[in-house]
Design a protein around this ligand. Structure first.
Ligand SMILES: Nc1nc2c(ncn2[C@@H]2O[C@H](COP(=O)(O)OP(=O)(O)O[C@H]3O[C@H](CO)[C@@H](O)[C@H](O)[C@@H]3O)[C@@H](O)[C@H]2O)c(=O)[nH]1
Ligand SMILES: [Mg+2]
Length: 195
């Protein structure tokens, strides 16, 4: 840890169930050189990877739809979220993870994936680092049914949209998952569908 303005970090586990909630107390060096003690709760749900599957010829993208409880209890009417395929690393490299998740959730077997960004999605309270990928797909790569791992009760619906329709879904609020917005807008900004 390289920041000389931070010292005496102490971790206390507040909750350790599915994921882990820690409280960190630490000393922070202010501009006038004095040290102040701060407390920050920090939710550790592991790092993850997400991927936008796109087909250049058909100008389509593959997305998923699933129930997300944390959104249901905070204003998302039916709790359903349209998202790019994503999952937690669970000890795999980001690339290994996203290939496994893509097969499990969408049924597409990917060989080439392109990492385009690494982001902290909620840096004030969640430790998660998220690796964002793009990959081309076509029908020959659909080797499995998809839908998510049965033992994880994921119940994932696979959706295929015209790219322009997916962008419209951001504007009209049907897509409101940050990683999905970022990847779709990245695709638009870098012109992956232009010849
Ligand atoms: N029993 C139980 N199961 C849980 C719990 N929390 C999550 N799960 C299960 O664990 C699965 C994890 O699936 P993944 O595909 O690995 O992850 P995800 O939930 O799709 O995505 C996570 O990572 C993304 C990328 O980092 C994140 O964007 C997303 O918000 C989430 O944290 C979930 O689908 C769900 O079935 C819990 O508290 N209890
Ligand atoms: Mg997932």
């Amino acid at each position: 840890m390289k920041n000389k303005g931070i010292r005496n970090i102490k971790k206390k586990v507040l909750s350790k169930n599915w994921y882990t909630l820690n409280n960190y107390s630490f000393e922070y060096k202010r501009e006038d050189g004095t040290w102040e003690t701060q407390q920050r709760e920090s939710y550790d749900c592991g790092d993850g990877a997400a991927i936008l599957l796109y087909n250049r010829e058909m100008k389509t993208v593959v997305l998923t739809k699933q129930f997300r409880m944390p959104t249901y209890v905070n204003g998302n009417e039916d709790g359903m979220m349209v998202e790019v395929c994503a999952g937690l690393l669970d000890g795999l490299s980001p690339e290994e993870c996203i290939k496994k998740e893509a097969l499990e959730e969408t049924g597409y077997k990917l060989d080439d994936v392109q990492q385009v960004m690494v982001t902290y999605m909620c840096p004030g309270s969640v430790t998660q680092k998220l690796y964002l990928f793009l990959a081309e797909y076509d029908n020959t790569m659909k080797t499995e049914e998809g839908g998510g791992a049965l033992d994880e009760t994921e119940n994932i619906e696979i959706l295929e949209f015209e790219f322009t329709a997916a962008l419209d879904m951001i504007s009209d609020g049907q897509i409101k998952d940050a990683k999905s917005v970022m990847l779709l807008q990245y695709a638009a900004l870098t012109g992956i569908f232009s010849d």
